[in-house]
Design a binder for this molecule. Sequence first.
Ligand SMILES: [Ca+2]
Length: 394
Amino acid sequence: MFTFATLTVTTMALRSLYRSLAILTMAIITWTSCGPKAPVIDETFATQTEKLLIKVDTLHTGLENPWGMTWLPDGTLLVTERKGEILVFKEDKFTGEKIQGLPAVHNVNQAGLLDVAVHPNYAENGWIYISYAKHFEDSTAATTILRFKLEGNQAVNQEELIVAGPSWKGGRHFGSRIVFDKAGFLYFSNGDKGNIPMNAQNLNNAHGKIHRIKDDGSIPADNPFKDSLGTTSSIWTYGNRNPQGLIYDKANDRIWEVEHGPMGGDELNLIEKGKNYGWPVITYGINYDGTPITDIQEKEGMEQPKHYWVPSIATCGVAVVTSDKYPAWKGNILVAALAKQHIARVEMNGTTYVKEEKLLQDIGRVRQVAESPKGYIYAITEATGLLVKLLPIR
Ligand SMILES: [Ca+2]
């Protein structure tokens, strides 16, 4: 006799069977088509770029003035906020935690807490480096490199390594980015401070320069201006207006820099020991009021940019694609654009500019773009306040 109880049991058995079949089917699909690691990306809202179908994964909203980002070996992502905070992300999610005990910063206009980088041997020594505008009692500030270690979320063992002075009033043109090369030297950028552009040509101050120091802040013996009378011994290159982007291209042992021009004349420069990059003697830009800065764009003894942008896109951070996750982009240079609100994907032939594509148009003022140790490209934006990850589809 067919009873209610039998029906219930039969239904339960069927449900159980369906569930088992569903799990089995999922397992077969995963096993046959993807392997254990390949994530299945929902292609809704994917973006077709010239060479890759990508999806923009928004990991976080509500950032204010994010400036720098880096990853610890365990995958923890650190994002700086210019006002003086470092936000801690794990597995691409904000933990709600911030690093405690950081130094006070001169948070004015383009000055504040800027870049963050980890030592190449972080796993052994635990050093984290920041560049920030250090505030002085007379209300001036100077781009400063400091390192610390983490105990939980507390910044301990703080060591101030170098102050790129003299300290300056206001908040214009402080740089700053930090990179390490394969020999372990630390390079950082500092802007010309705005109101006296010739700072960049004067070797007796630290402004409008790329600097090179050892990981403990001491000066390498082979720095180009080390033993010259009165020069700032950390200077590696000069004539750099406001370099807010710096990246070490490990595969080619090169350093790329991007710097803001005035009105027009943002530059992509190949950074080489002791060279003069020309600002403000040569430039492809003009003053913001439309008057000329100089009549010349070239001069002997001064480097030409590998590319320049007129009008300005407002170049900020820069990255080199090394990952196999974006095969069609490998070796490209990615430049974050503040004013024009995109990422410029620049194709190079060696050190010669070929062409570029605008990615993520209107995503916001892109402050930094970076490749994670796992090989994914991330970007942080102002105005829209986003942390995004570019997921490659095909
Ligand atoms: Ca230049």
